[in-house]
Write a protein that binds this ligand. Structure first.
Ligand code: GTP
Ligand code: MG
Length: 148
């Protein structure tokens, strides 16, 4: 089944939104496969956001992401890459629908609280980058109440 990498950015961690973000993915029914709090290195962030390195905002983005600890997680479930991004909301929080994480808790694009992988392929790359020792594998009996 599909997996995605969700990361609470430094502003989300400092604002105490880690639990809220975990709660939303948990209550949706997705399965937690990995969770870590860490101070990311510049090298990790430049690799993570490598596709954006030619964007004018890239240096600012890296500084933002270096400004404090992040909490990274891997969630597994049906269509979780696409649905995870719906749950986060649009990149610019002023365009994010109410009810989404960014729509409910953020205002500026440069302080938008959370990251979610944008494709299945990139999700697997990001999971390998942030969790080089792998993730959990376990079965949940509750899956039979979540999936038909
Ligand atoms: P992520 O989940 O963080 O990857 O966001 P995204 O996929 O919705 O957007 P994208 O990958 O294009 O951009 C990555 C991050 O760069 C965004 O989440 C923003 O924090 C930041 N960013 C994107 N566009 C801008 C911008 O125009 N100005 C600034 N300051 N930051 C931006
Ligand atoms: Mg992105």
């Amino acid at each position: 089944r599909e997996r995605t990498y969700i990361m609470v950015k430094p502003d989300g961690v400092e604002r105490g939104l880690v639990g809220e973000i975990i709660k939303r993915f948990e209550q949706k029914g997705y399965k937690l496969q990995a969770l870590q709090a860490l101070q990311p290195s510049r090298q990790h962030l430049e690799q993570h956001y490598g596709d954006l390195k030619d964007k004018p905002f890239f240096p600012k983005l890296v500084d933002y992401m270096l400004s404090g600890p992040v909490v990274g997680m891997v969630w597994e479930g049906k269509d979780v890459v696409r649905v995870g991004r719906v749950m986060l909301g649009a990149t610019n929080p002023l365009a994010s629908a109410p009810g989404t994480i960014r729509g409910d808790y953020a205002i500026d694009v440069g302080k938008n609280i959370c990251h979610g992988s944008d494709s299945v392929e990139n999700a697997e790359k990001e999971i390998a980058l942030w969790f080089p020792n792998g993730t959990l594998q376990y079965t949940r009996s509750v899956d039979k109440l979540i999936y038909e």
